[in-house]
Design a protein around this ligand. Structure first.
Ligand SMILES: Cc1cc2nc3c(=O)[nH]c(=O)nc-3n(C[C@H](O)[C@H](O)[C@H](O)COP(=O)(O)O)c2cc1C
Length: 388
């Protein structure tokens, strides 16, 4: 029997709300992935093949989910992954996300290609946040961004390495988001689509300006909309980057350095050799190379290869606190979530995101309680059922 749908209960409920609220091309930009989206689907569905091992009659009356990561306490081992363009999904979205993350006690990671600039996010509170960097050809721009991040209190830099080239996203092409549509197409995806989504139009379209990539606006003064930045960014993404460039990055960044986008033990070890403090097992949420392994299947071997030499984090496909517990049991110290936080923010703003994060916390508590894990150190592969 269909439910009354009075309140969202899960990340997929927020997804359904976001689908209603956002213009089609915005929702598809967030929700979609590369090519036929096989890996995007596997990233989520592979969690279902992992089973938890129920373990009862242990005193689980006081449960501790907190961890210490890069010198900062997190109330639960979940962080908000960098998501470009998030400020087009909710009014000044990155600032709302930072406030929600602060209130739950977890880190927010700001993307290079955010709508809100570093300083606007920093003004939300004195609590530190993470900054994600793409290597641009113009190293002068990179240095300036890092200096701004440092003076805004950022101590953890997430350097994304899986975007040397752009994977094709069929939904974005079909919606004209990657260009190529004629005047009628632009009218349909613009004015017509906006008028069909009046709540978004008022909240973001009218009240959420300026719609520019805040961290880059000064370098492309003629750009007035995110689309105007696209060509500049595509041209600026540096495909020649290798592990050698990490040495340069190390020379200009003194804080913690986390390499995001490794999927093999070899690459993870190379990252550690360059002096990275952490790696994020990630495939950009299935938005780059379709046909690679899901991150949850790749994680255990990477965690084993890295051992105690660096911190292993992971993201991709996590849609509940149960998934988060499975990932931590598979070797991650903490996880990041991408799309779920954007769905919640897009549909219900900062309060929606807080509620979703609270749901994640509750789900993690239940998963830990019923597998007999009283703190995160006890969330190990022993709580996974490997009998079949
Ligand atoms: C709409 C969208 C935009 C993203 N933008 C960035 C970005 O700017 N920088 C980055 O390193 N990763 C980016 N990612 C990847 C996320 O940081 C993260 O790896 C991914 O979303 C995790 O998968 P999940 O969405 O299944 O949780 C983006 C992901 C999405 C969905």
């Amino acid at each position: 029997m269909p439910s009354l749908r009075l309140a969202p209960a899960s990340a997929s409920d927020y997804r359904a709300l976001a689908e209603k609220r956002l213009p089609r091309q915005m929702f598809d930009y967030v929700d979609g992935g590369a090519y036929d989206e096989h890996t995007l689907q596997a990233n989520m569905s592979d969690f279902q093949h992992l089973r938890l091992r129920q373990h009862v009659m242990r005193d689980v009356s006081s449960l501790d989910m907190s961890i210490n990561l890069f010198g900062t306490r997190m109330e639960m081992p979940v962080a908000l992954a960098p998501v470009g363009f998030a400020g087009m999904m909710a009014r000044r979205g990155e600032t709302q996300a930072k406030r929600a993350a602060d209130s739950i006690g977890i880190p927010f990671c700001l993307s290079t290609v955010s709508i809100c600039p570093i300083a606007e996010v920093a003004a939300v509170s004195a609590k530190p946040f993470w900054f994600q960097l793409y290597m641009l050809r113009d190293r002068g721009v990179v240095k300036e961004m890092l200096a701004r991040a440092k003076s805004a209190g950022v101590r953890t830099l997430v350097f994304t390495v899986d975007l040397a080239v752009l994977g094709a996203r069929y939904r974005d092409i079909r919606n004209g988001l990657s260009g190529g549509s004629g005047a009628w197409g632009r009218f349909r995806s613009g004015l017509v689509s906006y008028l069909m989504h009046p709540a978004w139009l008022v909240d973001v379209g009218l009240k959420g300006k300026p719609h520019v990539f805040g961290n880059l606006a000064g370098y492309v003064p003629e750009a007035k909309t995110p689309a105007d930045f696209a060509a500049w960014i595509t041209e600026q993404i540096d495909p020649s980057v290798t592990w050698k460039d990490i040495e340069w990055l190390r020379s200009v960044w003194e804080g913690d350095l986390v390499i995001k986008g490794v999927l093999t033990p070899e690459d993870a070890k190379d990252a550690v050799k360059t002096g990275a403090d952490g790696v994020i097992v990630s495939i950009h949420g299935g938005r780059q190379l379709d046909g690679v392994a899901s991150t949850i299947t790749a994680l255990p071997k990477i965690a084993e290869a890295v051992g105690d030499d660096a911190t292993v984090l992971m993201d991709g496909g996590i849609r509940s606190g149960l998934d988060a517990v499975k990932a931590i049991a598979s070797g991650a110290k903490a996880v990041l979530i991408g799309r779920p936080w954007v769905y919640a923010l897009a549909s219900r703003g900062e309060r929606g995101l807080e509620a979703l994060l609270q749901t994640f916390a509750n789900e993690m508590k239940v998963a830990m309680s019923l597998t007999g894990a009283r703190n995160i150190r006890e969330v190990t592969k022993d709580i996974l059922d490997r009998t079949g």
